[in-house]
Design a binder for this molecule. Structure first.
Ligand code: ZN
Length: 326
C-alpha cells in the first residue's frame, strides 16, 4: 500500500545561489551558493528520493515506474505515464537570475525533445524593494528587442515589478522573465529544464567566463505582448471553517492553491490524480487511512492517487499542486 512519500530534494548551485534554504528551512545544503532545491522532481537532470517508509531510498522515478496509475491516478494519460508532468522547486536568489524565456510544448518538442515550460512563482520571502522582471514594456517589438540585445540596452525595455512575500506570478511559456536578487520563491512548473537565456547582466563566473546566451531561440519563442498592470495573480479565496483555501492558478498544466490551516483540513483524493504538497509555514501531520507522516516547513510530499482522502493536521500553510482533471 502506498503512503504519503516525503521527499529528499536535489540541490543545484548556480552562480546566483545563496544560503537561505538552510537559514529559513533548515535544509542541509551543499554550499552557501545553493540556488535551487528541486523538491518534487522526476527529471533526467534531477530526481527526488523517498525519505520515509518502505520505499525509503527509492527515487521518485522508480516509484512511479513501478506503481504507474496507482501513484499517478487514472486521469494521467499516456504522455503523463511516460513523463512525470510537474516539477516543484524552491529558488533562493541571492543574486539575480538571467533574463530568460521558455518555449511552449510544440517548440520544445521539436528543438529539445522536452516539454515546454509554463511556470508560476509564490514569493516566500523578499528583501525590501526586491524586484523581478515580468515581460517587457508596452510597445516593444521583436526588432526593438533584438536591437537592444545587440546594443546592450535591453534593461531599458524590461518590465520591472516590485515583489513582496505572498505575491504570486504566473509565467506562461514565451514570457520574458527574471527572478531578482533577494527573493526566495516556490516555483511550480511543467517538468522541463529548457531555458533560453537572453541577457545575463554582463556577469562572469569565478573563471571570468560568461554563461551561454540563446538569442535566436529566445526570439523565436518570445511573446512580447503588453502585460503591464497584470503581473500579479489575484487568487480566489474560499473560507473553509477556520481554514483558508486560496486558489492561485488553474491552467492547462497545473492547478495550485495555498491552504492555511488552523487545526485540520480534509483533502479529497479518489484515485484520479496525485497531489504535490509543500509545507511553507508551521508544522503538522498528514493523516491517511493507514497511518500518519509528520512535517515541518520546507518539507515536500508526493501524495499517491490511491491513498484515498487524507487530512492535514496542524497550524501551517501548505502549497498544493495537481494536474487538472478534464
Ligand atoms: Zn523561468
Amino acid at each position: 500500500m502506498l503512503y504519503p512519500l516525503k521527499l529528499n530534494p536535489v540541490y543545484k548551485e548556480p552562480i546566483w545561489g545563496g544560503k537561505r534554504l538552510r537559514e529559513v528551512f533548515g535544509k542541509n545544503i551543499p554550499s552557501d551558493r545553493t540556488g535551487e532545491s528541486w523538491e518534487i522532481a522526476c527529471h533526467k537532470n534531477g530526481t527526488s528520493t523517498v525519505s520515509n517508509g518502505f520505499l525509503k531510498g527509492k527515487s521518485l522515478k522508480e516509484v512511479i515506474d513501478k506503481y504507474g496509475i496507482e501513484a499517478l491516478g487514472n486521469k494521467i494519460g499516456k504522455e503523463g505515464l511516460k513523463k512525470f508532468p510537474l516539477l516543484v522547486k524552491i529558488i533562493d536568489a541571492s543574486d539575480k537570475l538571467s533574463v530568460q524565456v521558455h518555449p511552449n510544448d510544440e517548440y520544445a518538442k521539436e528543438h529539445e525533445g522536452e516539454l515546454g515550460k509554463t511556470e508560476m512563482w509564490i514569493v516566500l520571502d523578499a528583501k525590501p524593494k526586491a524586484k523581478l522582471v515580468y515581460g517587457v514594456k508596452p510597445g516593444v517589438t521583436k526588432e526593438k528587442f533584438k536591437k537592444a540585445i545587440e546594443e546592450g540596452t535591453l534593461e531599458e525595455l524590461l518590465n520591472f515589478v516590485e515583489a513582496k512575500k505572498g505575491d504570486v506570478f504566473f509565467i506562461p511559456s514565451g514570457t520574458i522573465h527574471a527572478i531578482g536578487e533577494g527573493l526566495l520563491i516556490a516555483e511550480i512548473q511543467q517538468n522541463s529544464d529548457t531555458t533560453y537565456r537572453v541577457y545575463d547582466w554582463n556577469r562572469v563566473d569565478s573563471n571570468g567566463k560568461s554563461r551561454e546566451l540563446h538569442i535566436k531561440k529566445a526570439l523565436d519563442v518570445a511573446d512580447l505582448s503588453d502585460v503591464t498592470g497584470k503581473e500579479k495573480v489575484i487568487g480566489k479565496i474560499v473560507k473553509e471553517g477556520e481554514n483558508i483555501r486560496n486558489h492561485l492558478v488553474s491552467c492547462k498544466y497545473f492547478e495550485t492553491e495555498i491552504i492555511t490551516i488552523k487545526k485540520e483540513s480534509i483533502e479529497k483524493l479518489s484515485g484520479e490524480k496525485f497531489d504535490l504538497l509543500m509545507a511553507i509555514e508551521g508544522s503538522g501531520e498528514i493523516l491517511y487511512k493507514e497511518g500518519k507522516e509528520s512535517f515541518n516547513a520546507g518539507d515536500s510530499f508526493f501524495i499517491p492517487a490511491n491513498i484515498g482522502d487524507y487530512s492535514i493536521v496542524g497550524n501551517c500553510s501548505i502549497i498544493k499542486s495537481f494536474i487538472p482533471i478534464i
